[in-house]
Each structure stands twice: as C-alpha cells, then as structure tokens.
Design a protein around this ligand. Structure first.
Ligand SMILES: NC(=O)c1ccc[n+]([C@@H]2O[C@H](COP(=O)([O-])OP(=O)(O)OC[C@H]3O[C@@H](n4cnc5c(N)ncnc54)[C@H](OP(=O)(O)O)[C@@H]3O)[C@@H](O)[C@H]2O)c1
Length: 303
C-alpha cells in the first residue's frame, strides 16, 4: 500500500510516498480502508520536529497526519461494537496518509459517518471540529454573548463561528479583507487583524469572550476590549497572555457524533478549500503552511 513517511524531521521535502506492507488489525484493533484524510497544522508541526513531536515522544521514521475517514475492513479479537463495513472517522496520529490504517477504536474514539455524509467532510471534523466544539462550549455561556474569534476564516475558525451562532452568540471574526464577505455570509461581523485591532474591537463592544486561533494578538485585543482572561482561549500560541488552551486529548465521541449529525443535516457548513489526490501531499502541506487556507485541505485516497 501507499504510505507517506519521513525518516528525519524537516519541511514537506522530507516527506516521501512509499510502498509498504499493509497493516493488519491485532487484538483490540480495527483496520480502516482510508478514503480521505484532512490536514491540520499540527501535522507539519510534528514532521517539523518541534514541541508537537517532542512532547508526544515522536521520533522518525514516522507516518503523517491524523484525521481520517473510511471503512472498517478487518476487526481484531476482543473488539466490540464495530464490524466490517462500518463507515467511520477519527484519529490515527501519524498514520493517516496511507491506504490502510489500524486503530484502537476505544483509545482513538472512532465515530460513525452518518448516511450521506462525504468522507472528506467527516475527516475534516476530527481535530478542527472537536477543538471548535470544546472552545465554544466553554466560551459561550449564554444567548446573546459576543464571541470574538481571531483567525475566523481557517479550519477551526469557520466551525467555531457557526457553533457559537448555534448557541445564540453574536460573533465577531478577524480575517484578511478577502475573507470578509465569506464571513458575513456565515453571519459574522468581520474585522481586519493587524495594527489597530484593539481599537477596532473597542468600536464593536460589547465583547464577552475571545477564541484566538492565530498569533495571540486576538487575546491581547480582547483583554483591551474588557474580556476577562478567564474567558479567553488561545490554541495557536499556547498560553498567550495567560489564556487557557483546549484539552490536547479531545477524545470526545459525543462531540464527533453531534458534529457529524449537524453536517449531515446541512446545519453545519464544513469548509473544504481544496481536495487533492494523495500524490499531491507536498503541495497540500505547502499550502497549509502558508497559513491562509480558507477552511480545510483534504487528501482523497480513492481518487
Ligand atoms: N489542540 C490544540 O491546541 C489545537 C487544535 C487545533 C488547532 N490548533 C492550532 O490552531 C491554529 C489554527 O488552526 P487551523 O486548523 O484553523 O489553521 P488554518 O486553517 O491553517 O488557519 C488558517 C487561517 O488563519 C488565518 N490567519 C493567518 N494569519 C492570521 C493572523 N495573523 N491573524 C488572524 N488570522 C490569521 C488565515 O486567515 P486569512 O487568510 O484571512 O489571513 C486563515 O484563514 C494552528 O496553529 C493550529 O496548530 C491547536
């Protein structure tokens, strides 16, 4: 089977597509025929060899990626609740960009893909969806709260603004000018980031909570606009200005099931900017690393 791998840490140039033996499900595991993998910045932070790799004890040789969707085609001994033919999505840390992957369905918290939901859409919900779900669940306390999402046009941001609106929040979102109309269509009041963000936010009061998906400047601006630090979460710059993060182990089956149900019902728009065939993994990561993806980048393995 095909597997994207790397023998040393580095940029996308260290990644290679190799032919390797197919894995098989051991006891307590299922094997999944991967149909789609969604990319996240944490993938390149791991293959780049920074703290995302070292704090998880990851050393090459390694595979790549995390978010997968596909169909179970082998079930190991002692597995309950899963069968060959089940369409599933979830996490396969460093084992996503490959034709087959093996996971422990309890440890990795697999969820079922609802009928009619596309595999690329389901995969896109794994890290970004759970992160947005956790942050919005903690930050929007009551209907009418105003949430400021810094980096609202990205994979996490676009899901967060929609989830906050579903909870009755007013949402302000920062993005570059080219994304302001897109944010307006999602019901968001757009604001430009960069120099003067705090002043612009002060002109849009009240602001009750802040979810910073970018460089930490969102938390700084939120604090100036009167948001208490207890109602700030930062995910790209951990601990920015004292803000909390989201749980790194976001294994919440409930969240994935609810997110997928919303997406299948058309109540949550899962923004996929580009779908590439697996062979274009380097182009996909180069685009992601530029930091201006408008939603998710997906690799289709069955194309
Ligand atoms: N568990 C965790 O802690 C956790 C979980 C998920 C993600 N994260 C981290 O959170 C960050 C966002 O993740 P993501 O998946 O949403 O990434 P992403 O999709 O790559 O985000 C891209 C977006 O960031 C926006 N952006 C770029 N520079 C910005 C700036 N200076 N200010 C405001 N927005 C800016 C871009 O908007 P424009 O094109 O309009 O500039 C673009 O829409 C990443 O660093 C990721 O590693 C952490």
């Amino acid at each position: 089977m095909r597997r994207v791998m790397h023998d040393r840490f580095g940029g996308p140039e260290v990644l290679e597509l190799r032919e390797v033996d197919e894995p098989h499900a051991g006891a307590g595991e299922v094997r999944i025929r991967v149909e789609a993998a969604a990319l996240n910045p944490v993938d390149w932070k791991i293959f780049g060899g920074g703290p995302a790799a070292t704090t998880r004890g990851l050393e090459p040789p390694l595979g790549v990626g995390n978010d997968i969707a596909g169909t179970i085609d082998e079930v190991g001994d002692d597995v309950r609740g899963w069968a060959v033919g089940d369409r599933v999505f979830g996490s396969a840390r460093t084992r996503a960009l490959q034709d087959w992957t093996v996971v422990d369905p309890d440890a990795e918290r697999l969820a079922r893909i609802p009928d009619g939901l596309d595999a690329g859409v389901a995969a896109s919900l794994v890290v970004a969806g759970r992160t947005a779900w956790d942050a919005v669940g903690r930050l929007v306390e009551r209907q009418g709260d105003t949430l400021f999402v810094h980096g609202a046009a990205g994979g996490v941001g676009q899901l967060a603004v929609q989830l906050a609106e579903r909870k009755g929040a007013r949402v302000i979102g920062s993005a570059s000018e080219r994304n302001h109309d897109m944010l307006r269509r999602l019901g968001v009041e757009p604001v430009a980031y960069g120099e003067g963000l705090a002043e612009r936010l002060l002109g849009m009061l009240p602001v009750d909570a802040c979810f910073d998906c970018a460089d930490g400047a969102g938390v700084a601006a939120g604090l100036e606009a009167g948001v208490p630090i207890e109602r700030c979460i930062a995910i790209a710059v951990k601990g920015a200005h004292g803000a909390a993060g989201v749980a790194t182990d976001l294994a919440r089956t409930g969240a994935l099931d609810e997110l997928a149900a919303l997406a299948a019902a058309g109540a949550l728009l899962v923004p996929i900017e580009v779908r590439y065939p697996l062979e274009r993994f380097r182009d996909a990561y180069r685009q992601l690393m530029e930091g201006h993806a408008r939603g998710k980048l997906v690799l289709d393995l069955m194309r």
